[in-house]
Design a binder for this molecule. Structure first.
Ligand code: GLY
Ligand code: MN
Ligand code: MN
Length: 357
């Protein structure tokens, strides 16, 4: 309720009430509702949560006091109209990033007398700064992933398929009390490791001499972790050793620069500068990282030229990589909390070169 109160106060100050929250992660953040269908309408007179009969009993049980449940019986526009008639509102501000075009036109057609207005992205902006409870959950999600990657270093061997490794990760997470992985696990061996978002193969086996890039994370009590390490099977050649050293230097330099007030663009340019200086600028195509919390990717994006200034208690990833098509790639990714004094890295697994024998 504290989050909802703060949001309502901010929206009232900016004059953007009533406000329609349609993103489910944002609704979860504000109310604790974890279902697959619902809409939150924050009116001047208070918050209304609209959902259908599948969620009536559950929602009434978990919604914070003061949030009124509205049973949707005949489409969302009618349920919204019912609320707006009650609160005597003639306009509605819409959360911009989450409403589909289809949903927008359904509202436009179904609420002919209501003025639909752009409402910006207020909830995502609030979510950037984590509270102590959220930080604890992110810390725990990171710790589970650390334990999992430790386990993997002893588990992976030539002859296993990439899929078998991904399954081991999933089983580990379930056993540790997680709902599962926070995204589709990437286990990329050999030449596959040059594709940053490689599609883990059911058939491909891990071979001696492969680089093995594993990008993994868990979903623990509503919060996500995200970590990448690149192992080497049996041996590592000189070129890969050099590439690994450059990625590690870039990753650690960017981590070192994390503190309140630094821009996301500056972090990106620190890592990218080191990679470019060593001649691999073209081989690092993606952005440096992202915020993480209820969503595995959330605000802020840590990308080139971003003027976004980091805030205390924001959690982000730092994940540079070098990818050589046909040969292989290296990425190193950690989660880091922005603290008053600078930073606290939440994932701890070694970044020394790990050669698996
Ligand atoms: N696995 C996606 C990412 O690291 O952002
Ligand atoms: Mn990742
Ligand atoms: Mn990531």
């Amino acid at each position: 309720m504290m989050r909802l109160k703060k949001l309502t106060r901010d929206l009232a100050r900016e004059g953007i009430l009533p406000y329609l929250v349609s993103s489910l992660p944002n609704i979860e953040y504000l109310t604790g509702f974890k279902g697959s269908y619902g809409t939150l309408l924050i009116a001047r007179k208070g918050p209304f949560f609209i959902s259908d009969s599948r969620y009536e009993e559950y929602a009434k049980k978990i919604l914070p006091r003061g949030v009124e449940f509205v049973l949707q019986k005949d489409g969302l526009p009618n349920a919204i109209r019912e609320v707006l008639e009650k609160t005597a509102d003639r306009a509605l501000y819409l959360e911009e990033h989450s409403l589909t075009l289809g949903a927008y036109y359904a509202l436009k057609d179904g609420l002919a007398k209501v003025k639909l207005l752009r409402g910006g992205d207020a909830v995502n902006a609030l979510r950037v700064v984590k509270d102590p409870g959220e930080i604890e959950l992110l810390r725990e999600a990171a710790a589970i992933t650390d334990r999992c990657v430790e386990h993997l270093a002893g588990f992976v061997k030539p002859g296993l398929t990439e899929w078998e490794v991904a399954t081991e990760i999933e089983d580990f997470y379930r056993g540790a009390g997680c709902r599962g992985s926070s995204f589709s696990t990437i286990v990329a061996s050999g030449a596959g490791s040059s594709m940053p978002h490689y599609d883990t193969s059911m058939e491909k086996t891990i071979e001696e001499g492969d680089a093995l890039l594993i990008d993994m994370g868990c979903h623990f009590r509503g919060y996500n972790s995200d970590l990448t390490r690149t192992f080497f099977m049996g041996w590592i050649d000189e070129e890969m050793r050099r590439i690994y050293g450059i990625v590690r230097e870039a990753q650690e330099a960017a981590l070192e620069a994390v503190r309140p007030g630094v821009t996301a663009g500056k972090l990106d340019s620190i890592a990218r500068g080191i990679i470019a200086k060593n001649g691999f600028g073209e081989a690092f195509g993606h952005s440096l990282g992202h915020g993480i919390g209820i969503d595995v990717h959330e605000v802020p994006a840590i990308r080139a030229k971003s003027p976004f200034r980091l805030k205390k208690n924001t959690v982000i990833t730092i994940e540079p990589g070098i990818y050589i098509p046909g040969i292989g790639g290296v990425r190193i990714e950690d989660m880091v909390l922005v603290t008053e004094a600078g930073r606290e890295v939440l994932t701890h697994f070694t970044k020394d070169i790990v050669v698996i024998h």
